[in-house]
Write a protein that binds this ligand. Structure first.
Ligand SMILES: CC(C)(COP(=O)(O)OP(=O)(O)OC[C@H]1O[C@@H](n2cnc3c(N)ncnc32)[C@H](O)[C@@H]1OP(=O)(O)O)[C@@H](O)C(=O)NCCC(=O)NCCS
Length: 345
């Protein structure tokens, strides 16, 4: 057996009536765990190696508390001790290796590794995760399997309560699981668990961030960051702008936005951007769009499909307001982020 494991988490789970996990909340997931902690897991619980999900009893948590203390892992030792008082099931999810998840507890651990900024988007295997997650109503009384919602609503009404349903989705709000430091979010419903919001990110009410996607540095996000899209440090997404998850026109090439870019209000990209690029507000660049490349004198040098410019730096895209043609020029004015905008993150 290896001396290290990819990740583990002590979590609090919610099950549906059939006993399937709807969600697991890991308050302090751990990445790349050392031998001492691994030994504590092996000695204290029924964990025998590999990728494994276990429900822990009070005795397991007691032993885990003592053995983690001996291993010097104070944070997890204290967590194990604290979880003894939980009225909800306690889960130990261990991922010896980073493989496609095999149950919801593993999916939730991986999504939380990303949102806790322990893993950047695309750096953990999430293949097949959709099929493992149950459609869940996220309500004022916690997560409820959508198949059980009507019954719960009736019961609640009979007791004089109304269950507030916030969403019906496979993914919950990220902020109900973790609020990373140094961020601001206008509307929590717009950030799914599994999003990666770096220090210095502001997501305004119109902004949206999907799972396995997000920012790597300071960003003002007023547009949509689709699943898989990663936005580099110092880039801004203008109000209502759109990023396609993959290079538009099919295929599975995930697009990204480099550093110090500006995607204008109501603009959109179906290609990746390198560093210091600007997309004029209102312009949607799809991968197959024909783009006239201009020289310094605004003369057309060549006409290419936008996908050929994907990922290149220092470009300014605009739609010629006289001809309607999409044009691309060298962006000479590297975008200086509005300092005041970011100063108070
Ligand atoms: C594309 C953009 C960056 C261009 O701004 P700019 O670099 O300041 O350019 P200017 O408006 O000064 O124009 C420079 C020249 O290009 C011309 N030009 C600008 N846009 C043009 C267009 N779409 N078609 C033809 N000519 C255009 C101008 O008329 C001007 O010509 P001139 O030199 O003969 O006077 C800007 O229009 C834009 O869309 N910014 C995004 C802002 C935004 O959405 N922020 C987020 C808010 S939530």
């Amino acid at each position: 057996m290896s001396n290290t494991i990819f990740a583990f988490g002590l979590g609090i789970g919610t099950q549906n009536k059939e006993g399937n996990w709807l969600e697991v909340f890991y308050s302090a997931p751990c990445l790349h765990v050392e031998k001492g902690t691994l030994d504590a897991l092996l000695e204290s619980t029924n964990y025998e190696g590999g990728n494994s999900t276990l429900v822990l009893e009070e005795g397991d948590l007691n032993r885990l508390h003592m053995n983690l203390l001996k291993a010097g892992n104070i944070e997890q030792a204290e967590l194990a001790s604290r979880l003894k008082a939980s009225t909800k099931p306690i889960i130990l999810c261990v991922l010896a290796t980073d493989e496609a998840p095999s149950n919801p507890a593993e999916v939730y651990l991986k999504l939380q590794l990303i949102s806790h900024r322990l893993v950047q988007p695309h750096n953990t295997v999430l293949d097949g995760m959709f099929g493992l997650l149950i459609n869940t109503a996220w309500t004022s009384e916690g997560p409820i399997d959508v198949k059980e919602l009507a019954d719960r609503q009736l019961s609640a009404r009979m007791e004089g309560r109304t269950i507030e349903v916030f969403s019906v989705d496979k993914f919950p709000k990220m902020l109900n699981f973790i609020v990373p430091t140094g961020i601001r979010v206008g509307d929590a419903a717009r950030i799914r668990l599994g999003a990666h919001l770096a220090e210095g990110t502001t997501v305004m009410h119109e902004g949206f961030v999907n799972f396995n996607a997000g920012t790597l540095g300071s960003s003002m996000v007023e547009g949509r960051i689709s699943a898989g899209v990663v936005v580099g440090d110092g880039s801004d997404l203008g109000g209502g702008c759109s990023t396609m998850g993959t290079l538009s026109g099919g295929g599975n090439i995930v697009i990204g936005v480099g550093e110090k870019c500006l995607i204008g209000a109501n603009a959109g990209i179906g290609i990746g951007l390198g560093d210091r690029c600007i997309v004029e507000s209102g312009l949607y660049i799809t991968a197959g769009s024909k783009v006239a490349v201009l020289d310094e004198n605004n003369q057309v040098v060549s006409t290419v499909k936008a996908r050929e410019l994907s990922g290149q730096s220092d470009l300014l895209f605009r739609r010629n307001s006289e001809t309607g043609a999409i044009e691309c020029k060298t962006n000479k004015t590297a975008i200086a982020l509005n300092e005041a905008l970011h100063a108070h993150n």
